[in-house]
Design a protein around this ligand. Structure first.
Ligand SMILES: *Cc1c(COP(=O)(O)O)cnc(C)c1O
Ligand SMILES: [Zn+2]
Length: 416
């Protein structure tokens, strides 16, 4: 059944047929929302069909995605999504909150949230017969594209800033992508990727440019919806508040799209509040939100959280709306607070990269600023694995002592 009926520009609202455009609005460069035939979906599917699915990946939501089943079984591409939700009891009581959960996106095949987008874009690429898929990336989007593409034998080209953390660059190379390190910022790599895609006829995955990335990312909203239905008792009818770190703004707008899809289908009981968290040094979207405008002014990004270090966010308008339309807000955190958040999550068995821990850092700020109430059920997303950036991790914790191999030395360390 074909339920993908077109695109709608998020700025001028012009509608396009699926075959008319590929990336952004030809009139104003606005981000395009994928338009689905909700009536047809509602007629063909009942929420129960999805809740009863045995597929433990984002592919359980295929009826709500604008792509065909990419086929293949037991590949990393089939394993994206369906990440666990952990209860953070000790941190909840430290913060005086009644209930706190963390959805751990580092459990995706290439260890970040970006697998959701890349799985869907790679499937789209296969469907339209694209030979090569290219993306600009600070690391994770590239690793996700490289990994998902590799798993079905698709060619991938990645442009990353040469400052990308070495573990991420290693991942790109290991998955066999063509990797080009750009002597410039992520924003430079972004513009170069768009030009190269045009020049060489590649399919471009760029975040906030290709409309299918948000369609992949919205699957996290579907999972949170299912999870809320299963945790009705614990949520006690209270509205869920979700904290998510924001760089280009595509994760938060993808989540928003997912919840809006569910709302349009009549399947959502209550729209969760979306709270975006940005690093103080890379806060173009938060600034626009608090200025009450949708005009995104670029900044000179500076933060150790490389995955959210962005001068000009490419999905800023929809990211501002995601918070505004859900009665959410934007919170800013310093790099020190991000490091403290990494150190706070570790002892619960959660190892986050800086941009992953940023959401939790934002929650701590929000509690101190009185932006959430003690009874509000809270879900924070950890968007990426700490193994991706060991240097930042080591900054968050002290050095381990080196001792001679004697019991005496152990005793000395333990009791002195
Ligand atoms: C990409 C990324 C983000 C931010 O997502 P945007 O869509 O750029 O806002 C946050 N955390 C991690 C780990 C990421 O890789
Ligand atoms: Zn437009």
């Amino acid at each position: 059944m074909e339920t993908f009926i077109g695109y709608r520009c998020s700025l001028c609202c012009t509608e396009y047929l699926p075959t008319q455009v590929t990336y952004t609005c030809p009139k104003d460069g606005g981000n395009l929302d994928v338009v689905l035939d909700y009536d047809a979906i509602r007629k063909a599917f009942h929420p129960q069909d999805i809740l009863a699915s045995t597929e433990q990946s984002l592919w359980r939501y295929l009826p709500l995605l604008p792509i065909q089943d990419p086929g293949g079984k037991a590949t990393p591409l089939r394993a994206s999504g369906w990440t666990p939700v952990f209860r953070l009891e000790r941190l909840a009581s430290q913060l005086g909150l009644k209930s706190l959960w963390l959805k751990d996106e580092s459990r995706n095949p290439t260890a970040s949230f970006k697998d959701r987008a890349s799985a869907v874009v790679v499937s789209r690429a296969r469907q339209i017969g694209a030979e090569v898929v290219v993306t600009a990336s600070t690391g994770n989007a590239g690793a996700a594209l490289a990994g998902m593409a590799a798993s079905i034998g698709q060619k991938a080209v990645i442009f990353a800033p040469k400052t990308a953390p070495p573990a991420k660059v290693a991942q790109l190379l290991i998955y066999g992508a063509r990797v080009l390190l750009v002597d410039g910022t992520y924003d430079d790599a972004f513009d170069l990727t768009v030009q190269a895609a045009q020049e060489f006829g590649w399919y471009c995955r760029n975040t906030g440019y290709n409309p299918f990335t948000a369609e992949g990312k919205k699957t996290a909203a579907f999972e949170i919806w299912e999870w809320s239905l299963q945790h009705r008792q614990e949520l006690q009818g209270q509205r869920l508040t979700i904290f998510v770190s924001v760089g280009d703004g595509n994760i938060i707008s993808g989540l928003h799209k997912g919840f809006k899809d569910l709302q349009a289908l009549g399947w959502l009981e209550e729209m969760p509040r979306l709270i975006g968290v940005q690093a103080e040094g890379s806060a173009a979207i938060a600034h626009a939100f608090h200025a009450g405008t949708e005009t995104i002014k670029p900044v000179q990004a500076r933060t150790l959280a490389d995955s959210i270090s962005v001068d000009l966010p490419r999905d800023g308008v929809r990211a501002v709306r995601a918070a505004r339309e859900t009665n959410g807000t934007y919170v800013l955190v310093s790099d020190d607070e991000i490091l403290q958040a990494i150190a706070a999550l570790g002892p619960l068995g959660i190892f986050a990269e800086p941009a992953g821990a940023t959401a939790y850092a934002g929650l701590v700020r929000a509690v101190h600023q009185g932006l959430v109430r003690p009874e509000d059920p809270i879900l924070v997303l950890n968007t990426g694995s700490g193994l991706k950036d060991i240097r930042a991790a080591m900054q968050a914790v002290g050095e381990a002592p080196v001792i001679p191999p004697t019991l005496e030395a152990v005793r000395k360390i333990l009791y002195d």
